[in-house]
Design a binder for this molecule. Structure first.
Ligand SMILES: [Mn+2]
Length: 461
């Protein structure tokens, strides 16, 4: 473990510097971790009664830095540390970030300076939590959004606080996505981590399994109107169902029904895939106890998916409104999520048919097929499981400009892989901008340099 005391006192220092600001500009990243960390900063400034402006960006390039060069006070969140360009800004700058550091002269609440790994030990949301000690559940959502579960190190420290404050309850439960949000059949039908052999993607088999276990898919006698939080409740959005009977979700099942379903799925996965895959079926889930019941916001993983949908569909500010529970934001975000899922499904379909093993790594060339805003997510989803090589995915960011996204596994990182460092080095060779974490990184390069880049990349693996 790194130097906890050192990190925490740096966070306190960052807080003091922010308290002294008059009307800062908050610049945060647009993904789940960027939205949650940005929300912790924005919400904390609101609690202090301090005026601020907030802006989210996909990346900090020279053009953007030039556009904020006149700002007297800037707080960078989930970005900044990785950009040496922030050193030359004239204003008062604080960065709350967990990316590998390139900036040297600015005040940074960054775990890398204290022997921690920002890829696995803490995300920007965790850093923001340690700076302000507010909105601890958003810190957990950010960590889950940045795929840092199981939570350890600084994340575990934050989780202890969350449990003590009764903001979060950790429960061993099934890890399939959609416990609170997907009707049972979709819950099984779209299961991909772990994949359920004979069930995933097979409509009839899902029905048969539920019938066999005596689990009803619809709530008998339930009506559409449920009063109170009814507007917040997801009404089988994925099916477009508007009937008066409600589709049951996993979280609607009785204890006995859940136990029967989980044990039959575990048996099936153990038998048809592996014991190892079966062990990934159940694990720690994070219930957010202060969030409205019956919504996606009750579960850290579903919450993070909702925020990613906002970010990837160019509505990160809506994600911030959801985090800070502003009126109307949740319902609007849900419809974005439905659209996001359609895009991801189409992207996954393309990726599963077009990923090649080219020796030292897997290559997914999705130029013109998958938008650059979701290429990283698709690469990550495709990559879930126990791969032996990193994956490199390509998409078109603009004419002549390629966005690259690369993912590794914890095992590869433990064996010495550092994708963030490799991408920085490759970009230095071919003229691009890139970096990130040891386990996941991204870059933008000129399209005509692609072959040079691929050679440089392969040479460093
Ligand atoms: Mn992050």
């Amino acid at each position: 473990m790194g130097n906890v005391e050192g990190f925490l006192s740096r966070c306190a220092e960052a807080r003091e510097a922010i308290v002294r600001m008059r009307e800062p500009l908050v610049v945060h990243h647009y993904d789940c971790d960027g939205i949650t960390s940005g929300s912790i900063v924005a919400g904390s400034l609101e609690k202090m009664g301090k005026p601020y402006r907030a802006q989210s960006v996909r990346k900090l390039d020279d053009g953007f830095l030039a556009s904020i060069a006149h700002e007297p006070e800037i707080i960078f969140v989930d970005l900044g540390s990785g950009t040496a360009g922030i050193d030359s800004l004239a204003g008062n700058v604080v960065a709350i970030d967990h990316h590998q550091q390139k900036s040297s002269s600015r005040l940074q609440a960054n775990p890398h300076a204290f022997g921690f790994d920002g890829g696995t030990d803490v995300s920007a949301a965790g850093c923001a939590y340690f700076v302000f000690r507010e909105f601890v559940e958003l810190g957990v959502v950010g960590a889950i959004g940045d795929i840092q579960a199981p939570l350890r190190s600084l994340n575990a420290l934050m989780l202890d606080d969350a449990v003590r404050q009764k903001a979060v309850a950790v429960e061993k439960d099934i890890l399939l996505f959609g416990r609170n949000s997907r009707p049972l059949k979709q819950f099984l039908l779209y299961a991909d981590e772990p994949y359920l052999p004979g069930i995933t993607g097979q409509d009839d088999a899902c029905d048969a399994l539920l019938r066999e276990l005596g689990i009803e898919q619809r709530q008998k006698g339930a009506t559409g109107a449920e009063g109170g939080s009814a507007a917040l409740r997801q009404k089988s959005a994925e099916q477009g169902e508007a009937g008066s009977e409600k589709w049951r979700t996993y979280s609607d099942l009785s204890f006995d029904e859940r136990r029967a379903l989980v044990s039959s799925l575990a048996k099936l996965v153990a038998m048809r895939s592996s014991q190892e895959a079966a062990s990934r079926l159940v694990g720690d889930t994070y219930n957010l106890l202060r969030m409205p019941q019956g919504t996606l916001l009750r579960d850290a993983s579903e919450f993070s998916t909702l925020l990613n949908a906002c970010g990837r569909n160019s509505r990160p500010e809506l994600g911030v409104s959801v985090c800070l529970q502003r009126a109307g934001a949740y319902v609007e975000a849900q419809s974005l999520l439905a659209e996001h899922r359609r895009n991801l499904r189409a992207g996954m379909d393309f990726a599963s048919k077009n990923t090649q093993d080219i020796g030292k790594f897997l290559l997914l060339d999705a130029r013109g097929a998958i938008p650059d805003s979701i290429i990283g997510v698709v690469a990550g989803m495709l990559y879930a499981g126990s791969r032996k090589k990193p994956i490199l995915a390509l998409s078109l960011e603009a004419p002549g400009k390629i966005k690259l996204s690369t993912r590794g596994t914890r095992a590869l990182v433990e064996a010495g892989l550092n994708l963030g460092k490799i991408l920085s080095e490759c970009c230095a060779q071919v003229g691009g901008a890139g970096g990130g974490h040891n386990i996941a990184a991204g870059a933008t390069i000129p399209e005509e340099k692609l072959n040079d880049f691929l050679k440089e990349f392969a040479a460093r693996l």
